[in-house]
Design a binder for this molecule. Structure first.
Ligand code: ISE
Length: 335
């Protein structure tokens, strides 16, 4: 029997999940959409042949039309909606971050701990990206000796209107805060925030920012995040080991939609995607496939970020915001 899925939020990511779920994932049927923007939700429902549209997400949860839920609403609504799903015993894939504050993330973790089976996965999709999976395997194999340091770069074309310097951490850098401990198996224990000259293209925002994170194994991680880089969507990660450096092949070099490097007419051409959707398309597909299979089997995918991991990620993010505001290294609080 197919898993009936409802999506809350039909913005950029809600639409992306809806299309991937409808076209590329077996075992599930998209039966309902919810968004306060009814016109947007109806347009998507029309495109994908989804029967029911709600302007109130709680009504969708109570409609009996969905067995499982994807939350793709604005960050500040994630925790409250996740709690509503957990109260109703519905499996839920909540887009990252679980919450932009530690208090809300902790509330969700507490509610989840009281359940008799796991229901929540948090959508840190890089865990399903073939590049990160290969990098993790290579580090774990030990062929290159011990891991000493990592260097990440995370650049977006344009900042979201209305977002701020803290959002660079709680909305964007949370991906590195999630994936680096996943890569190494060690928790982040202290963090330091720094910034230098900032772009003249954004008002009142530090961009780029440099984040330093030290993990429990002593490995130092550097992360440069730039949300208004203009030239393309670019995500990189280099693992510096004792005997080798291993780099994630960066953005797919899309030339006319294909991952190519073309040398022609005295030029060498590659291209960057405009945002994360093409870069992480396979990760999103694999994430949804694993979530549908696990939800149908009454569990959560083994590789997906757990509520405890997502809570930890929010703690690290807020420690970085504290370092931004007060200066100096900040120890990450233990639970
Ligand atoms: C966005 O929400 C994402 O999750 C993207 O992966 C990230 O690159 C971007 O900075 C975020 O705003």
């Amino acid at each position: 029997h197919e898993l009936r899925v409802g999506i809350i939020g039909t913005g950029v990511m809600g639409q992306d999940h809806a299309r991937i779920l409808s076209r590329k994932v077996a075992g599930a049927r998209l039966t309902a959409l919810a968004d306060v923007n009814e016109a947007g939700a109806r347009a998507l429902a029309g495109e994908l042949g989804v029967g029911d549209v709600f302007t109130d997400s709680t009504e969708m949860l109570d409609s009996g039309l969905v067995d499982a839920v994807i939350i793709a609403s604005p960050d500040r609504l994630h925790a409250a909606t996740t709690l509503e799903c957990l109260e109703r015993g519905l499996p839920v894939l909540c887009e990252k971050p679980l919450a932009p504050t530690v208090e809300e993330a902790a509330r969700v973790a507490q509610a989840h701990a009281a359940l008799d089976r796991p229901l929540l996965s948090v959508g840190f999709m890089r865990r399903f990206d073939p590049g990160y999976v290969a990098l993790k395997g290579r580090i774990a194999s030990g062929v290159d000796g011990a891991l000493l340091m990592t260097h990440s770069v995370h650049r977006n074309v344009e900042a979201y209107p209305g977002s701020d310097s803290a959002a660079t951490i709680t909305n964007s850098a949370v991906h590195e805060i999630d994936i680096l401990p996943w890569l190494t198996g060690e928790r982040i224990v202290e963090v330091l925030w720094a910034a230098g000259r900032t772009t003249s293209l954004l008002a009142e925002r530090h961009d780029p920012q440099l984040l330093l994170m030290r993990d429990a194994g002593g490995v130092l991680h550097t992360v440069e995040v730039q949300v208004h880089a203009q030239y393309g969507y670019d995500v990189r990660c280099e693992a510096v080991c004792e005997r080798a450096s291993v780099e994630l092949a960066g953005a797919p070099t899309l030339v006319d939609g294909a991952p190519l490097v073309v040398s022609s007419g005295l030029k060498r051409t590659t291209a960057y995607p405009a945002d994360w959707r093409p870069r992480f398309a396979e990760a999103y597909r694999a994430e949804l496939a694993a979530w549908v299979a696990a939800s149908s089997a009454g569990t959560v995918p083994a590789e997906a970020a757990t509520v405890e991991e997502a809570l930890r990620t929010t703690r690290v993010a807020l420690a970085l915001v504290q370092s931004m505001n007060e200066g100096g290294w900040v120890a990450v609080e233990e639970a």
